[in-house]
Design a protein around this ligand. Sequence first.
Ligand SMILES: C[S@@+](CC[C@H](N)C(=O)[O-])C[C@H]1O[C@@H](n2cnc3c(N)ncnc32)[C@H](O)[C@@H]1O
Length: 275
Amino acid sequence: MGRRILATVLFVTLAAGAFAAGASAQPQSADQQIYETFRAWIGQQPRAVQESADVLEQYRAKLVKDGVSPANADRQIRVINEQADRLEVERWNQILTSQKPAFNTQPNAFLVRMVQGRKPGRALDVGMGQGRNAVFLASQGWNVTGFDPADRAVAAANQAAQARGLKLTTQIVGSEQFNFGRNQWDLIVLSYVSFREELQKIIESLAPGGMVVVEGFHRDTTAKRPVGGGVVFDTNELLTLFAPLRVVQYEDLEGPTDFGIGEPNRLVRLAAVKP
Ligand SMILES: C[S@@+](CC[C@H](N)C(=O)[O-])C[C@H]1O[C@@H](n2cnc3c(N)ncnc32)[C@H](O)[C@@H]1O
């Protein structure tokens, strides 16, 4: 089992309930169900298990202990191992383009607050989804680039922009393929996406004076529901991750989250500027 699978699965695990609600119009395939069940399980494991090299072996052992036949368990592991990337893209396409969205389709409130009064420049929206933040920024005069591997979500973002007479520059790629460049972004948005593996690239790619805006879940949330390690942060962890920057705002609060809406959760938010 490769680290790539873990990176994929841990990138942005969302509560299984939110998936079910968001994708209710489209029934899940058997492979999607296998993948979702695995995601729900891994989302509730301690970080050490989530990041362990043999997490799939541990999951297989759990399945067999629960009464799944060894042959069926092997099949499930094969699906997860071989199809995680495809299933991840499909799940986000379904969630983000659902006719009954189970997430906040308005721009992220912290981002709106942090860019207020800021001179628009070049913005990068990492894992842009269906473009709620990118379209908002474009409407405020920002020159926005966004990327995401979920092709139908990106298409929806471009359509939403066009409908408002706005233009986005988009790419259908994951963070691992995207060329962040150096010293070029006046704003980088990290809204409910995983970025630990790209942190150095992100900081290098910010222009001097440029700002990064982050929102994700505090680890406490995982006690209530499965949320993937990629978008989960420990107390003050964002401050440590962005220590090379000048933090202008940090918040740790109970409040409504943009994903898994309807339940109050512990959120963390950070805005920081490159000196
Ligand atoms: C919870 S959604 C957040 C979307 C958007 N940032 C927002 O706040 O509306 C997570 C997004 O991460 C995207 N994603 C999954 N794997 C990714 C990767 N390897 N690189 C970049 N984005 C990825 C998903 O397709 C999905 O659009």
